[in-house]
Design a protein around this ligand. Structure first.
Ligand SMILES: Cc1ncc(COP(=O)(O)O)c(C=O)c1O
Length: 349
C-alpha cells in the first residue's frame, strides 16, 4: 500500500472528518431500494435544493451518476453523444458508456482549457444530410474540466451552448463532479450553472470531502426513471444512509472552504513554475489542480517525476501527459511547502 506524507494524487483521497464520522455513526437508515432510507432522502432533497432541480438521486460513484444520466437521455445504440475528448465521459468512461448503453461519441476538440464553444456544438449538431444516419441525443459538458487542468467554464458559455442545443432539440448534461470548485472560483452559484442544463451530476466524494457518493439531479420524472436505471446498474445500496450522512456534512461544510484549496494550488503552481521554468503558467491554475509539463522543461517523463516526488513522500499522478497535483481538505499550508521542497530536490537531480 502506498503511503505519502503529502498526498496530492487527487481530491478523492480525503479521509472523513470527525463530524462526518460522528454523523455516520449516528445515521438513521432504511433500505434505499425501497426509497425509505431517511438520510439518503435528506441528502437527495438537499442536493435538489442546492442545484435548483426538482429531484436528485444518490449513487455510489461519479461514473455511475454520469452513466445513469447518459442512459436517461440516450434513445438507443447507434446514436451519438457530443463531448470534448478529454472529458471524463468520453475518456475514462468511454468503455462504461459503450458497455452499459451502446453509446458512441462525436468528440469536439475544445480549446486548451477543455472548453467547447456554442459554434462548435452547432456544427456538431448539424444534420448529416443527405445520408441521414447520424443522430445526436445529448451534449455533455464538464465543469471544472478535470483532465484539462481543473478549468472553469463560464456560465455565459453554458447559456450559449444550451441555446444551440435547444434549437436542435438536443438535451444537455453537465458532469459537475467539481461544480462546487467552479462555483467557488467564478462566484457563480451552482444553481445558475444547473439552470442551463437538463441534468447534472456532482460528487460529494471529491473536493467536498465525503468518503463516497455522487448525486444526479434533474426533473422529478427524470429521477424516477433514473432510479430505475440505478437499480438496473446494481446501485440499489440498501442502508446507504451510513455514507449519505457524511455526504450531508460535506454538502453543508465543503463549499465554504474550497477557496482555501484553490489558494494552496495557486501557491504550489507559482512555486513549481519558478523551480521548473516552462513547466506551467501559474495563471492556468484556476481551482484545485496543478498540471506541470515536465517532458520539455525537465526532459523527464511525468511518470519519472511522479516517482521521484514519491521518493520524497509526495503523491502526484499522471494525467493528460502531465504531472497532476490536486489540493484538498487534508492538505494544509505546510504540506504545500513540503511538496515545493520535493520539487526543488527533484529538479536539482
Ligand atoms: C470530471 C469527473 N467526472 C466523473 C468522475 C467519476 O467519478 P468516480 O471516480 O466517483 O466514479 C471523475 C473522477 O475523477 C471526474 O474527475
Amino acid at each position: 500500500m502506498k503511503s505519502f506524507r503529502v498526498d496530492l494524487r487527487s481530491d478523492t483521497v480525503t479521509k472523513p472528518s470527525a463530524a462526518m464520522r460522528k454523523a455516520m455513526a449516528e445515521a438513521e437508515v432504511g433500505d434505499d431500494w425501497f426509497g425509505d432510507d431517511p438520510t439518503v432522502n435528506r441528502l437527495q432533497e438537499r442536493a435538489a435544493e442546492t442545484t435548483g432541480k426538482e429531484a436528485a438521486l444518490y449513487v455510489p460513484s461519479g461514473t455511475m451518476a454520469n452513466q445513469i444520466a447518459l442512459r436517461l437521455h440516450f434513445s438507443g445504440p447507434g446514436h451519438l453523444v457530443v463531448a470534448e475528448p478529454l472529458s471524463h465521459v468520453a475518456s475514462t468512461e468511454v468503455m462504461s458508456a459503450a458497455v452499459l448503453s451502446g453509446i458512441a461519441y462525436r468528440t469536439v476538440h475544445g480549446d486548451r482549457r477543455g472548453r467547447i464553444s456554442a459554434d462548435q456544438v452547432r456544427a456538431a449538431l448539424e444534420p448529416d444530410e443527405p445520408y441521414d444516419v447520424e443522430i445526436v441525443d445529448l451534449v455533455c459538458l464538464e465543469n471544472t474540466s478535470g483532465h484539462a487542468g481543473g478549468t472553469v467554464m463560464d456560465v455565459e458559455d453554458f447559456r450559449a451552448v444550451r441555446k444551440v442545443a435547444e434549437e436542435a432539440g438536443v438535451a444537455v448534461h453537465l458532469d459537475g463532479a467539481r461544480i462546487f470548485n467552479a462555483s467557488a472560483a467564478s462566484g457563480v452559484d451552482v444553481a445558475e450553472y444547473a439552470a442551463e442544463v437538463d441534468t447534472l451530476m456532482f460528487c460529494v466524494s471529491k473536493g467536498l470531502g465525503a468518503p463516497i457518493g455522487s448525486l444526479v439531479c434533474g426533473s422529478a420524472e427524470q429521477m424516477r426513471e433514473g432510479r430505475r436505471i440505478k437499480i438496473l446498474f446494481g446501485g440499489a445500496w440498501r442502508q446507504a444512509g451510513v455514507v449519505a450522512a457524511a455526504g450531508l456534512v460535506a454538502l453543508e461544510e465543503g463549499p465554504q472552504r474550497l477557496h482555501e484549496d484553490h489558494e494552496r494550488a495557486g501557491r504550489l503552481g507559482e512555486a513549481v513554475a519558478e523551480i521548473v521554468p516552462g513547466s506551467l503558467d501559474p495563471s492556468d491554475v484556476e481551482t484545485n489542480m496543478v498540471f506541470a509539463d515536465t517532458e520539455a522543461s525537465m526532459a523527464m517523463t511525468p511518470l519519472e517525476v511522479a516517482n521521484r516526488l514519491e521518493d520524497h513522500g509526495v503523491g502526484a499522478s499522471v494525467v493528460s501527459g502531465k504531472v497532476r497535483m490536486v489540493t484538498h481538505v487534508d492538505i494544509a499550508d505546510e504540506d504545500v511547502e513540503t511538496a515545493i521542497a520535493a520539487w526543488r530536490a527533484v529538479a536539482a537531480g
